[in-house]
Design a protein around this ligand. Structure first.
Ligand code: AVI
Length: 358
């Protein structure tokens, strides 16, 4: 594989260099208690085109999983989260409900809540309510590449919680970090939930957390939702559900190329594949060509040739053992602070502290 980062962040190579003279963020008018800014990358149609061209011209065809999350993909992902087989969301939600009090314990009173890859922010409500009950007021900074979803979820939160202030950022993770770094240092709890870390290669996950830690104050905490290694059957069912929602989510990448780049993919000529590589501890998702075929992509001026059974690798989703979580923290320069599990020990929430400077 030529790429190392996935999830709701983009591969570095497809990102435009930020304009040094002007802020890369554009403010969108919003109600008084809310600001919404969009990064240049979140809007950039050339980044998608360049990434698709690179991935489909490669000897081992791949598409970056950050591109899953257009409007339709974000909607399908919400459907996945409600599936009985996709245990991750419910397990994480149960942990949050049960331990919300201890998760926010010890944070300074003025601590703001930052969330990377906030999506619909459904589970975040649990911590928002806990912090509002404790402090009366809360500043929430959701960061997500899917700007439609970000705007809708932020407005819904404002309706529900009059004492909330929201500063939303439609951006990929790295830009989100850079934007945080430009702000005055504030006590923070940073959330990275939903096993989004699993869509990063292991070393890239440590590197990203390490960079995040550099922007934190000694009392700040990072809360990371990490899916645990388990038996193959449960994992493969979670990524190949009986209703075929994950298959539609995966194939939406081809539909998106058809919509945005004049692709001519026949979705029925590809099937969804998900397999667990136990050695690497990751679910791999593929699109498999059901026949030998050539697919033109007009806007890219290219024709992609597939042999029967040839695959496009679309996602890795890493699962962790407890030792691997400890190694991740160590490599990122973080100190494991506290850990919570659901009763089946399928999923973990991990609170990390920045390593004290000596
Ligand atoms: C967003 N991410 C953590 C999901 C996962 O489990 O890796 C994406 C997903 N892909 C298929 N189902 C869910």
């Amino acid at each position: 594989m030529t790429y190392t980062r996935c999830g709701r962040g983009l591969p570095r190579s497809t990102m435009r260099e930020p304009d040094r003279q002007h802020s890369p963020l554009v403010s969108v008018p919003a109600p008084r208690r809310m600001t919404l800014r969009r990064s240049a990358t979140a809007e950039d149609p050339f980044a998608f085109a360049a990434s698709v061209r690179e991935g489909l011209a490669h000897a081992v065809k791949h598409l970056h999983c950050a591109w899953f999350y257009d409007e339709e993909g974000s909607r399908l992902f919400e459907e996945i989260c409600a599936l009985p087989e996709y245990y991750l969301t419910r397990a994480e939600e149960r942990i949050l409900r049960r331990h919300a009090g201890s998760i926010v314990s010890g944070l300074p009173e003025r601590a703001e809540l930052v969330e990377l890859g906030s999506g619909s922010a459904a589970k975040t409500r649990i911590l928002i309510e806990e912090l509002l009950a404790r402090n009366g007021h809360l500043r929430y900074v959701p960061i997500d590449i899917a700007h439609g979803m970000l705007e809708r979820s932020s407005r819904a939160l404002l309706e529900e919680y009059p004492l909330l202030e929201i500063h939303a950022l439609a951006a990929e993770y790295q830009e989100g970090l850079e934007a945080l770094a430009r702000e005055a240092p504030t006590p923070r709890l940073v959330l990275w939930l939903g096993s989004n870390v699993g869509n990063f290669e292991r070393p890239a996950a440590a590197q990203f957390l390490g960079r995040l830690a550099k922007h934190l104050l000694p009392g700040d905490r990072i809360l990371v939702g990490i899916d645990l290694r388990k038996e193959r059957e449960t994992l493969e069912r979670a990524y190949d559900d009986s209703l075929g929602v994950t298959a539609r989510f995966n194939k939406n990448l081809l539909a998106r190329i058809n919509r945005e780049l004049g692709g001519h993919f026949d979705l029925a000529s590809f099937r969804h594949g998900a397999r667990y590589d136990e050695h690497l501890g990751r679910i791999e998702m593929y699109l498999v060509s059901a026949k030998a075929q050539r697919v033109p992509i007009t806007a890219l001026g290219m024709e992609v040739e597939f042999a029967e059974g040839e695959t496009i690798h679309t996602e890795n989703s890493y699962k962790y053992s407890l030792e691997e979580i400890a190694e991740l923290a160590q490599a990122a320069g973080l100190v494991p602070d506290q850990q919570w599990f659901d009763t089946r020990r399928a999923f973990s929430l991990n609170r990390f502290a920045p390593r004290p400077v000596t």
